[in-house]
Design a protein around this ligand. Sequence first.
Ligand SMILES: [Zn+2]
Length: 123
Amino acid sequence: MPLGCPVCGEAVDAPERDAGRLLVCPHCGKWVTLVREGESAPARVDARSWLRGSAGQRDGIAALVLGVLSLLALGIVFGPLAIHYGSRAMNDPDQRRLGRIGRCLGLIGIGFMLFWVWLLFFR
Ligand SMILES: [Zn+2]
């Protein structure tokens, strides 16, 4: 099945496995995600928004950073935030891994915090 450009509709000479890949269309010169012919076109991606990263990407990175922060300090604050952003990142298939790591770190951060509180006050 031939691949096509969702912007100009021209067929693009690329192997089937390139469907969904981001590249510059040889016909219209725009950054596009190749689609299989007959498939609904995904939203167009221009170079600038691609460089800025998708919302899911930002959520994934936020989850990871907050997760690490929760391990270092204030797990009770950063932990839930990491879990929140991690859950949001899980909606994006590309960021699922990052989201899961962020949520995991957030949970460990909260656990650490509870452990320290227990150690300091309840032992
Ligand atoms: Zn095109």
